[in-house]
Design a protein around this ligand. Structure first.
Ligand SMILES: C[S@@+](CC[C@H](N)C(=O)[O-])C[C@H]1O[C@@H](n2cnc3c(N)ncnc32)[C@H](O)[C@@H]1O
Length: 547
């Protein structure tokens, strides 16, 4: 029933695809484009699935944490305002409107199955494929998209040959998918679909980049990887040509990270590209079966991502081995083990704050580990999550400021980089929480009120700063940008500090930047970070004005 196929909105006029030696299909720019420009847009991914843990806290249709405004926020548990589906008791919705739309698009095909399994919940990728198979059988997929999906890279032969636990898991998943979906497709085809999902899916994220699940469309899956990518993925964005309005949940939008020339290949980073060379290589080979030959990899392991800070105190023994470096690398290995452990239990960060503080003190103790070197930024990010979920906003403010000013600018060059923008928004939100909670300093009343005033002014400075960066150059037509505009529009009516900021902008920007940097330095010294290491990261700059 072709009429049952949901209407797809698709834009790819800025790109073309062709086969490229050693890289399979690759996608190229068909004209010169400016940074931030939209390169591709697809409204309805073929596969989209919320992570199991996110089913509790996010609307199953629009992926918002509550039905109210859709403002990206760092407030954590908003599940109370979502209504549980009375059929399956597994998924939740903002309201009847979201429920009706999900029901007619896909939930009616899976609700009974979810109910039968409740309280057990199928793993995220199995849910994604079960829904796809049921939609295909119900004639709800465009014929061409199904065929293009099946033609994607699956690395099935490599996986089969490699065997082992991973292969067994894939087989088990395929068997479970076949039996739960009741699909008549062969086990081999279902296995292929699961492998395709593993190789080609994007991590679905909130506007502030919190991971929510996975999304896949055969067109955007043809973008290859580079550790020095020229593009990035965003969700909840509209086509550039469309008026601001409702962005399709899960709609995939690809944007230029920097200016891209005609006929240049468009690349994304499949992994955290701030990892050292060996870690990037390992992850790319293990999951995607290729060895990267991008410009960054060609530079080998002599980059900021790989190096420890060389100081005069780095002593070599008589055999020439560097004791300090090997001791530091040992600390680094322990830190990575802790990171992986905490990452494998998302949502539990608040129970690990002491562990995180302790390992970060060990990294500081090496005196050679830069603040921006893996895994320190990742650990600091988890610490920030832990502090936020424990409502420790004052400490969270310092951690967020460190990431925003001292860490991410070294790791991500562009001010509009999605990670830097998201962290700016987080800092802004924390600033607001601190103001609302009337956070007082622990010193005299005079100090407390001066802190309050600085937070009030900083709030104004940050809103104007993020607004200007989001409006600089090409405009992204997204929910995040709408929220920024909204915050900017209302600041004059909500902040009593706005008139003072407007009167003495230059002085206020300098004073708040200095104040923030003092908070950062005080916190880093408290953590035991040496001045030399702090100085290495002072590239963030003293201004809070767009470049
Ligand atoms: C998401 S797909 C990208 C599209 C793929 N080239 C195709 O033809 O379907 C990911 C796969 O593409 C290949 N690939 C991606 N980036 C690559 C690169 N930089 N060098 C070599 N192969 C790459 C790998 O086989 C990887 O598993």
């Amino acid at each position: 029933m072709a009429s049952d196929v949901p209407e797809q909105v698709f834009q790819d006029t800025n790109v073309y695809t062709r086969r490229t030696p050693g890289r399979g299909n690759a996608t190229f720019c068909s004209k010169n484009v400016k940074a931030k420009s939209q390169l591709m847009y697809v409204a309805k991914p073929l596969i989209v699935a919320l992570e199991t843990a996110e089913l509790l806290t996010h609307c199953y249709f629009c992926f918002r944490t509550s039905g109210e405004s859709g403002l990206p926020s760092y407030s954590l548990e908003q599940a109370r305002s979502l209504k549980t589906c009375s059929g399956c008791k597994v998924v939740r919705f903002c309201d009847q409107k979201c429920q009706r739309q999900a029901w007619s698009a896909y939930h009616r095909l899976e609700c009974k199955l979810f109910a039968r399994l409740h309280p057990r919940i199928l793993p995220t990728n199995v849910r994604g494929i079960v829904r796809l198979l049921k939609q295909q059988e119900a004639g709800k997929l465009a014929e061409g998209e199904w065929v293009r999906l099946l033609a994607l890279e699956a690395h099935l032969d490599q996986l089969r040959k490699e065997g082992g636990e991973r292969w067994e898991d894939l087989m088990l998943m395929a068997q479970a998918t076949k039996s739960y979906s009741g699909s008549e497709q062969s086990l081999e085809l279902i296995l292929r679909l699961i492998c395709i999902l593993t190789v080609n899916a994007f991590t679905l994220t909130s506007p502030t980049l919190d991971p929510l699940g996975l999304a896949l469309h055969p067109s955007t899956a043809l973008l290859n990887h580079s550790c020095d990518p020229n593009a990035f993925v965003r969700f909840q964005v509209l086509p550039a040509s469309q008026q601001p309005g409702f962005a399709e949940p899960g709609g995939i939008s690809i944007h230029a990270l920097r200016d891209i020339s005609k006929n240049e290949e468009i690349t994304l980073s499949y992994v955290d590209n701030t990892l050292p060379l060996e870690n990037r290589r390992g992850e790319l080979m293990e999951r995607y079966f290729f060895r990267c030959s991008c410009n960054l990899c060609a530079r080998g392991s002599n980059t900021t991502r790989d190096n420890l800070h060389q100081t005069n105190s780095m002593l070599s023994d008589q055999n020439g081995s560097n004791l300090l470096a090997s001791k530091s690398l040992r600390v680094g290995r322990d830190a990575i083990a802790l990171l992986l452990d905490i990452e494998s239990h998302p949502g539990m960060e608040q129970t690990r704050v002491d562990d995180l503080n302790s390992i970060m003190a060990d990294l500081a103790g090496t005196a050679v580990w830069p603040l921006y070197r893996y895994p320190w930024p990742q650990l600091r990010h988890l610490l920030l999550l832990g502090l936020l979920s424990s409502n420790r906003y004052s400490e969270a403010l310092s951690q967020s400021a460190i990431l925003m000013r001292a860490v991410y600018p070294v790791m991500h060059e562009q001010q509009h980089h999605p990670i830097r923008m998201a962290q700016l928004w987080v800092l802004l939100s924390i600033c607001l929480y601190c103001l609302e909670a009337g956070i007082q300093g622990d010193g005299s009343i005079g100090e407390a009120s001066s802190r309050f005033r600085m937070l009030g002014l900083l709030h104004c400075v940050l809103i104007e700063f993020i607004y200007r960066v989001s409006h600089e150059g090409a405009r992204i037509n997204g929910a995040f940008e709408d929220s920024i505009d909204q915050a900017y529009k209302t600041i004059a009516s909500v902040s009593s500090f706005w008139p003072e900021y407007q009167q003495k902008k230059g002085t206020v920007i300098k004073a708040t930047a200095l104040w923030l940097d003092n908070q950062i330095h005080d916190q880093l010294r408290k953590e035991g970070v040496s001045q030399e290491i702090i100085d290495l990261s002072s590239r963030g700059g003293a201004t809070l004005t767009p470049s």
